[in-house]
Write a protein that binds this ligand. Structure first.
Ligand SMILES: Cc1cc2nc3c(=O)[nH]c(=O)nc-3n(C[C@H](O)[C@H](O)[C@H](O)COP(=O)(O)OP(=O)(O)OC[C@H]3O[C@@H](n4cnc5c(N)ncnc54)[C@H](O)[C@@H]3O)c2cc1C
Length: 444
């Protein structure tokens, strides 16, 4: 498979979620440089159309970040791609102001993202999965000017190869389930929740369990309780009760763009302190509103003697046995070590995500990326992977940089600024190296 000479880009984006969308906007607004003009770019997204955590667009779910931390505003407050521009274009600006909130519903934010991505239709290919990135064969010994990006059509299965001077990998979080658990039509990870739920007839769901005490677990327990009025809902949580996400003003400063410098240029000790003191701003915690909502349901159950929302606290799932449409969930009590089991018609693992791991798409190229003593990628402040001198192309990460750039790595808070920093880095390097002239010849 050879690179089509018509398909040579300054930048190829892998994935087209909010991170690469914010980066595409930053590129667009940078306008390139006077000597070499705008950068050429293409983005590849494996979903058939734009989608941001579609399976968690639960009706009452709200954003956990201010709408001002949209795709562009923090980098460019007068951007036409900001949330306020979207509201204006949708004819809802005044109505939104009347809601008096900084936190729109996730459904509305999805509409905003969808509106913004539509403005890039000429640059994005959907149904296009990046299957691998490699050095071109002839540059095994020379410094490679281009990378080959293999893109698989998710419908037809065929692969085309494009050449890129820079790649920006933004493939998102990786769903995590406990060891030994496999998802199927009755055992779901939260990332597949709505789609799976809609495939099952509600009357077959008499007992459903949700594992996990974070935001997704709490939201799904509430949704199931409200959507299945005849069902018993079991929330299996490892803690004594749900813990609140700290979104108070001083703690929230860990998501400011300046905190990235403090983290990046800090010491091992200061970085560890960021996590120790502020992990509870985002990880394994839930919003005050959903916690109070759930508690109110438990309380009203007790009042009415109905008791259908069961909080199984200090409990850890040890095994799951599938039996037709049922699952037997084995649990260990963290209180006394005792065991308990429960038969359910559906089981939802809201057990979180691992951070982005680029090694899959990098394949052999991963071997050219330098790692620190703990085996983690070395990453520049500009989010560029540090490589051996064999690779002069830029490989940038949006995600998977918690160890170098801190808590915002997988979040929306900093995407506008980060996208701008990556665009600036690419432009700076192009000015230093001169514009791309030709792609390497590759064998077919
Ligand atoms: C339910 C939920 C709600 C959240 N809410 C918030 C919030 O309110 N505030 C906040 O700050 N953060 C939130 N987050 C964190 C979340 O990481 C960010 O919202 C956001 O999704 C990050 O954007 P991204 O583009 O980096 O990743 P993603 O949104 O995951 O996008 C990555 C994209 O890459 C595509 N892709 C993956 N592999 C390939 C490949 N090989 N080839 C082509 N395409 C590929 C995927 O299909 C996907 O569309 C939430 C997370 C979840 C799960």
């Amino acid at each position: 498979m050879g690179a089509n000479s018509a398909e040579i880009y300054d930048v190829v984006g892998v994935g087209f979620g909010p991170s690469n969308l914010a980066f595409a906007i930053a590129l667009e607004e940078s306008g390139g440089d006077a000597s070499a003009g705008p950068l050429t770019s293409a983005f590849f997204e494996r979903q058939p159309s734009f989608g941001w955590h579609r399976n968690m667009l639960l009706p009452s779910a709200t954003m956990q970040v201010s709408f001002l931390k949209d795709l562009a505003t923090l980098r460019n407050p007068v951007s036409r791609f900001g949330f306020v521009s979207f509201l204006h274009a949708s004819g809802r600006l005044e109505q939104f102001i009347n809601t008096q909130t900084f936190f729109p519903t996730r459904e509305e934010f999805h509409q905003y993202l969808d509106w913004a991505q539509a403005l890039f239709s000429g640059k994005v290919s959907y149904g296009s999965e990046v299957a691998g990135i490699q050095l071109p064969p002839e540059s095994a010994s020379a410094t490679a000017q281009y990378l080959q990006v293999d893109v698989r059509d998710t419908v037809r299965g065929d692969i085309r190869t494009v050449a890129a001077r820079n790649v920006v990998i933004s493939t998102g979080l990786v769903p995590q389930v406990p060891d030994g658990v496999a998802s199927d039509e009755r055992v779901w990870h939260s990332s597949e929740f709505l789609e799976r739920f809609q495939q099952v007839s509600p009357e077959t769901l008499k007992k459903v369990a949700v594992v996990g005490a974070g935001q997704s677990g709490a939201e799904i327990a509430r949704f199931l309780y409200d959507s299945l009025p005849q069902a018993d809902i079991y929330a299996i949580i490892p803690s004594y009760g749900y813990s609140i996400a700290d979104d108070t003003p001083f703690a929230n400063r860990v998501f400011d763009s300046a905190a990235v410098d403090d983290y990046y240029f800090g010491t091992e000790r200061s970085r560890e302190a960021f996590w120790r003191y502020h992990k509870n701003t985002n990880y394994s915690v839930a919003d005050d509103e959903v916690i109070r909502d759930l508690y109110q349901r438990v309380y009203m159950d007790e009042l009415r003697g109905t008791n259908r929302l069961h909080i199984l606290n200090m409990a850890r799932v040890t095994n799951v046995k599938r039996m037709g449409n049922e699952s037997r969930v084995f649990m260990e009590s963290l209180l006394d070590g005792g065991s308990q089991d429960l038969d359910v018609n559906a089981l939802v693992f809201a057990t979180g995500y691992d951070s982005m791991d680029p090694s899959g798409v990098l394949g052999e190229l991963d071997g050219y990326c330098l790692r620190d003593g703990a085996g983690r990628y070395q990453v520049g402040r500009d989010y560029r992977l540090v490589t051996t001198p064999d690779v002069s192309c830029g490989i940038y990460l949006q995600g998977g940089t918690e160890h170098t750039h801190g808590l915002t790595s997988s979040l929306l808070s900093n995407i506008a600024v980060r996208g701008g920093e990556i665009a600036d880095s690419i432009l700076r390097r192009r000015s230093a190296d001169g514009p791309a002239t030709s792609a390497p010849t590759t064998s077919a």
